[in-house]
Design a protein around this ligand. Sequence first.
Ligand code: SF4
Length: 382
Amino acid sequence: MLKRRPSGTERKSREWVKVGIPRFLNVWGTAPFWTAFFQSLGVGKVVFSSETSEEQYRTYGKGRVTMDSCYPVKALAGHIGELLHKDINLLVVPMIYSLPSFLKGYVQDTLSCTRVMMAPENIKAGFLREGDEFAKRGIRYVSPFVPFGEPELLPLYLYRALRSAIEDITMEEVKLAVEEGFKALREFDRKARELSLKIIRWCTTNNRPAVLILARPYHMDPGIGHEIDAEFQLLGYPVLWYNYLPLEDWLLNWLFGKDVEEGRIRHPLDISDVWTSSYSSNTNEIIWGAKFGSRLPWITAVIRLSSYECGMDQPTFTPVQRIVESSGTMFFKFGELDETKPSGSVRIRVETIAYYLQQYSQKIIEAKLKRLPPVPHQLVVY
Ligand code: SF4
C-alpha cells in the first residue's frame, strides 16, 4: 500500500533546481539514495558525471588536484570539472562520513575512509585558487556531511546543507526524502543480492566455479577498477562482488553454522575472530567477503583489487590472503591500480588465472564441500 505523505508535506515542484552529483568514491553504492532523495524534493533533474576515464581526468581534472592522494580521490577533480560543463545549478558533493552496512550491529563502526570524507573539500580547493569556478557559472557548490551509519542524524545535516541553496526547503520534506532515499537503496541492494544468489545457484546446479572480487565499491567504476571483473566474465567465469553477496539465513547457517556452534563467532556476520579493529565499513565488508569466499565451495578464486597509494588497504592484505588461502581457495591480487589501464598485462594475468581456474577448480570445490554439511536444497535448481 502506498504511504500517504503527511499533510503539509505535499511534494513541491522545483523544476528550476538542476542537481549535479559526481559519480565518485562512495557515491558508488549509494547512488540510488541520492536519486530518490532529490526526486522526492521535486527537483527538475539529477545528473551524474560519467564513469571515470583517463580522458575525463586529463580534460577536466588535471591541474585542479591540490594534494597527492590515491587515484580514486584525485579522479574527483575530473568529475567535478565535467559537471561544470553540464546544465546544472546545484553541485552536490557528499562528504560521506559513514556508510550503511549489512554488518552494522556486528562491528565497531561503519566509517568511510578519511580520504573519502575529505575528498570534496580537498578537490574543491583546486577550483577556487584562480577564482571561483562555481560562481562564474552560476553553480552553487554544496557538500553535506553524510553520516549514513546514523540515519537519524541524516535529515538534519542534509537540511542544513541544502537550505542555503533551496530556500523554501523544510525539515519535514527532507525527513521524507531521506526515507525515500533509504527505501530505494534497500530495494537496489535486495535486487543485487538476489542476482548474486542466482549466480551461486547456477554454479551449484552446473558444478561450475565462480570468481569473487574483493575491492572497494568504486572499483566497479571502469576507470578505477579497470574492468578486471569483466575480463573474467569474457572468459566465461561468473563474477560475484563481496558487497552484494546473498544474506539468506539458510545459506549463512550452512556456511558459518559450525563456527557459531563452536563459539568462534556469535553470528554469521561476526568478523571478530579475524579482525578486531572493525571501524571501517568497506574494510569490514572485505574481511567478511573473504570469510564467505573461503567457505562457499564454488568460489574457487578470490581476486583482490586495490588502488595505488591506498593506505586503508595495506593492513588488510595479509589477513585477507591468509583467510582465503587457508581454505585452499586461490588468491590473486591486482594492487597499485592507477590512472592508466595496463591492458596488456591485465589480460595476460587474467588468462593465467583462468588457466589455474580450469586446472584446479574441481579439486577445490570437492575439498570445500567435504568440510560442510550437505548442500541445502534451496541452492539447487531442478
Ligand atoms: S580507501 Fe584507499 S583508495 Fe579509497 S579513498 Fe581511502 S585511501 Fe583512497
